[in-house]
Structures are given as structure tokens and as C-alpha cells.
Design a protein around this ligand. Structure first.
Ligand SMILES: [Fe+2]
Length: 289
């Protein structure tokens, strides 16, 4: 039976998972986080270092460092973890579309980054199977929140990224480039068609109404109780609900830093001088006269 250890990053309300076959065995890390201060530009690795300590304490070998998608609310620790622990980084093959889109938005040259996914070790496709130790991971494409969203299924545990939140949290926004509410509905139906007892492990929990942190539910609970997409809500109703919510949502605080780092697999942009790297903010002049 697979073992799961959750790590909660409070600043971004992110939950990252270490999944391993046995003590002293093999592991995967899903959706790790680098610590980052937008105000100061400081970046550090306390969160990822706690995960590294867990890996070492339990004598685990990391085979895979996985992303469920190119996150827009935190910086990925994938590159840092690989430098410390080894393993292969992997993300959806759809990352090339994300890279292409955001290379244009941030005016990133081909010399700095090619939109071919090569900055990751492996690009994953729908229904691909990868292995760690005695365990296997079934990769399911679950686009909608983003074009490159994946769900990782290990035994009866589905790591759904932002494709679903806890039932009282509903669903994630679909208004980023490549996002689509109708596509998200179809992806959630795919997850809801898994066995009723399948455990769902979410990537974020915003603790609605001040409830205690929780990051795991089941297919049965999600189908019955999810406030945005329970079994009585039609696709058309969901699309309307999702689009109405998305038009009033603020831009995520770390959108610009996150995307610039995450399309590079968790690496900073090239240093410009004296080993100093910079992140860009595209200026919207539409309201400026
Ligand atoms: Fe996300």
C-alpha cells in the first residue's frame, strides 16, 4: 500500500505531496514550492528543505519530481529538489503551449528558453504510466483550469492539482490563457467516474469560512457535495457559474513571478549582471492616457 505525506505551504495555501512505496524505498514529489517574497524579491527553500529532510530521514530515493500544471500562484521547487535529491522532473507535454504563450507575454528570447519542454526531463501524455519502486502512476490529462493540467493516479489515490478543490471550495478559475470552463467540467467528470472510494488529494485549500485545513476527499463526496459541480449541476450551468466568478477574480499575487519561473521548470531567468536575475511585469497601458 502506498504511503502519502502532505506538506502545507501556508503563504500560498499549497499542499505538496511525497508519495512513497515503503520506508527506504522509492518516492515521487508532487507540486513542491519555493518560498518567495514579492516585496523584497527574496527567494529561499525552507519548505523544500523540510521535504528533503523527510526524504533523507526515511532513506527514500526520489524517482520523479512532478508538477500537476504550470502554477500561477507559487514558484516550483522542482529544479532545486532535483539538484539536491536527483530524480527526473516531469510535466504535461502541454507545457509547450504554456511556454509559447508566456514567452510572447514576457518577451523571452529563444536563446533564453525554447518552447519545446526540454527544460523538463520528461513530458507526460494522457494515460502514460510511470513507475517508482514497486508502484506505478497513471497520468490522466485533466485540462480546463489550465491547458496542461494533469491528475496523477497511484492505486486509489488521485492527485488532482487544481482540477478540483475540497467540496466546500468548489473549483479553480478557468480564465488563464488556455483555460476553459467546459473543458474543466469534462475533466472533472472523468475524475468523478473513478471508483467512488478513490481518494482525491487537492493542491490548494483556502479554508472557506475559517474551517480547519483539509486537503483530501473522495470521489463520492466530491460528486455529492462539491458546491460548483455536484451531480445535479449541468455542464451549461457550470460554465455560466465558472465564467461569472472568473470575471470578478483578481490577478493572483504571484502570477507574473510564478509563471516566469515555472515555465522554466523552477529555474530563475538568466542572470543579467553580477549573477543578478530579474523578473518582469508586463505593463498594461490600456487605462493610461
Ligand atoms: Fe493552478
Amino acid at each position: 500500500m502506498v504511503n502519502i505525506k502532505a506538506f502545507y505551504h501556508s503563504c500560498s495555501s499549497t499542499i505538496s505531496y511525497i508519495v512513497f512505496d515503503q520506508l527506504g524505498g522509492h518516492a515521487i514529489i508532487i507540486d513542491s514550492v519555493l518560498d518567495f517574497s514579492l516585496q523584497s524579491g527574496k527567494i529561499w527553500s525552507e519548505f523544500a528543505d523540510n521535504q528533503i529532510a523527510f526524504i533523507k530521514d526515511n532513506q527514500l530515493t526520489v524517482d520523479w519530481i512532478l508538477e500537476t500544471h504550470a502554477h500561477a500562484d507559487h514558484l516550483s521547487a522542482a529544479h532545486y529538489l532535483k539538484s539536491q535529491l536527483g530524480g527526473q522532473t516531469a510535466v504535461s507535454a502541454g507545457i509547450t503551449n504554456v511556454q509559447h504563450t508566456f514567452k510572447q507575454i514576457f518577451n523571452i528570447s529563444d536563446q533564453e528558453l525554447l518552447a519545446n519542454g526540454d527544460i523538463f526531463d520528461v513530458l507526460l501524455r494522457n494515460e502514460q504510466v510511470i513507475n517508482f519502486g514497486q508502484q506505478s502512476v497513471l497520468v490522466l490529462a485533466t485540462p480546463g483550469h489550465t491547458n496542461d493540467s494533469l491528475t496523477y493516479l497511484v492505486e486509489d489515490h488521485a492527485f488532482v492539482g487544481d482540477t478540483l478543490f475540497m467540496p466546500d471550495g468548489g473549483t479553480a478559475r478557468c480564465d488563464f490563457p488556455g483555460g476553459d470552463a467546459g473543458t474543466l467540467y469534462d475533466s472533472i467528470k472523468l475524475i468523478h467516474n473513478l471508483a467512488e472510494g478513490t481518494k482525491l488529494w487537492v493542491c490548494h485549500d483556502y479554508q472557506p469560512n475559517g474551517r480547519v485545513l483539509n486537503y483530501t476527499t473522495t470521489v463520492a463526496e466530491s460528486k455529492r457535495d462539491n458546491i460548483h459541480i455536484h451531480s445535479k449541476i449541468s455542464k451549461a450551468e457550470f460554465i455560466q457559474l465558472r465564467q461569472n466568478r472568473d470575471k470578478d477574480l483578481a490577478v493572483p499575487k504571484l502570477l507574473f513571478p510564478s509563471i516566469q519561473v515555472n515555465i522554466r521548470g523552477g529555474q530563475l531567468p538568466n542572470a543579467e549582471k553580477s549573477e543578478q536575475a530579474f523578473l518582469k511585469i508586463p505593463i498594461d497601458q490600456s487605462l493610461f492616457c
